[in-house]
Unconditional design. Structure first.
Length: 309
C-alpha cells in the first residue's frame, strides 16, 4: 500500500511538473532566417526567453499567411504561454492573433504592426517613419540635392514598406532637382533587388542614387551596380545589418538606418513574462523605438542590429 501511495505521489509530481513546463513555453515566429534581420529577432527573443526560464519553440512562416496560421495552431496545440511574432501581413495576421487570444494565449508583435488594436498585448516596432526621414535626409545630402535616383520598395503587403517609402518621399520630394526615374518592389529580397536593378540600369544608365527599403535590397542593388561598372552610385539602406556595416566601412554602400531588432525582440519577451506574472505589462499596446543613422563615422560600432557604446 505504501509503495502504491509513493508511486501515485510520484506520478502526480511528474504530471504537475509537466503541466508547469508546458505553461512555460514561449513560441517565437518570424520570417525566414535567411534574412539576418529576422534571424537576429529570433536569436534575441530565444536567448532572453531561456534566461527567464522558458522553453522555446522557434518557427518560421516565410511571409506566408497560411503557413503562419498553421504555426499559430501548433502554438495553441502545444499550450504555449505566449507568442512573440514578426507577422506575415497587417491584415492577414489579425485572425490568428485573435484565435490565440481566444485560446488564452497572448501575442506580442515585433517589427510589424497589424491593422487592429486590442487583440495583441503589445506591438513593439521601430519608428520606421522617423528612421526613413533620417535615411532620406542623408541620401539627399549625399546626392547634393539633385540627380536621377531609384527607389526599391519592400513587400507591398507589409505596412513597414509603405511607411518607409512615405518617410523617404516626405523628405526627398521637397527637392525639385531630385528626380525619381524608377520605383519597384523587390520584396525585401537581395536576389530580386539584383535582378530589378539590372533592368533599371539598362533603362536608366545615368542614375546617381538608389534608396532602398531595407539592407538586403541595398546589398542586391550594390552588387548589380558594381557588376555594371557603376559602383560609385550612392546606395542607402535601412535595417543596420552587419553586411551593410561592412559595405559602408569598405566605401560601397553609403549609409543605412539602424532599427534595433535584437533589443525589440528581447523587450517583447520581457513584456510577455511581465504579463504572465502580473496580468499587465504596464505599457501601452503600441510602442515605438527610434532608429539611428549609420554612416562611416559610427559604422564600426554596429554589431548584430545593435549599436555598441
Amino acid at each position: 500500500m505504501k509503495r502504491m501511495f509513493a508511486v501515485t505521489i510520484a506520478l502526480c509530481v511528474l504530471l504537475a511538473a509537466s503541466m508547469a513546463f508546458a505553461g512555460k513555453l514561449m513560441v517565437i515566429i518570424t520570417p525566414s532566417h535567411d534574412n539576418p534581420f529576422f534571424k537576429s529577432e529570433a536569436v534575441g527573443a530565444e536567448s532572453r526567453a531561456k534566461e527567464l526560464g522558458y522553453e522555446t519553440l522557434v518557427l518560421v512562416h516565410d511571409d506566408d499567411a497560411n503557413k503562419q496560421n498553421e504555426l499559430f495552431d501548433t502554438a495553441i496545440a502545444r499550450g504555449a504561454a505566449a507568442i512573440v511574432i514578426d507577422n506575415a501581413g497587417a491584415d492577414a495576421s489579425i485572425a490568428p492573433v485573435e484565435k490565440a487570444k481566444k485560446a488564452g494565449i497572448p501575442s506580442f508583435l515585433i517589427d510589424r504592426e497589424i491593422n487592429k488594436t486590442g487583440v495583441a498585448v503589445a506591438q513593439i516596432v521601430s519608428n520606421n517613419y522617423q528612421g526613413a526621414k533620417l535615411g532620406a535626409e542623408e541620401f539627399v545630402k549625399l546626392m547634393g540635392e539633385k540627380g536621377p535616383y531609384v527607389e526599391l520598395v519592400g513587400r507591398e503587403s507589409d505596412t513597414n514598406a509603405g511607411i518607409r517609402s512615405q518617410g523617404y518621399h516626405d523628405v526627398i520630394d521637397q527637392y525639385p532637382d531630385m528626380k525619381m526615374v524608377a520605383r519597384q518592389s523587390a520584396n525585401w529580397s537581395q536576389t530580386e533587388a539584383y535582378e530589378k536593378m539590372e533592368s533599371i540600369i539598362q533603362a536608366n544608365p545615368d542614375i546617381k542614387g538608389v534608396i532602398c527599403g531595407n539592407d538586403t535590397m541595398a546589398m542586391g542593388a550594390m552588387a548589380a551596380l558594381k557588376t555594371a561598372g557603376k559602383g560609385k552610385v550612392i546606395v542607402v539602406g535601412f535595417d543596420g545589418s552587419n553586411d551593410v556595416r561592412d559595405s559602408i566601412i569598405a566605401g560601397d554602400i553609403k549609409a543605412t538606418v539602424l532599427q534595433p531588432a535584437y533589443r525589440i525582440a528581447q523587450m517583447a519577451v520581457e513584456q510577455a513574462d511581465m504579463y504572465l506574472m502580473k496580468g499587465s505589462t504596464g505599457l501601452p499596446e503600441k510602442q515605438l523605438m527610434d532608429c539611428v543613422l549609420i554612416i562611416p563615422a559610427n559604422a564600426s560600432k554596429l554589431e548584430t542590429f545593435a549599436l555598441k557604446d
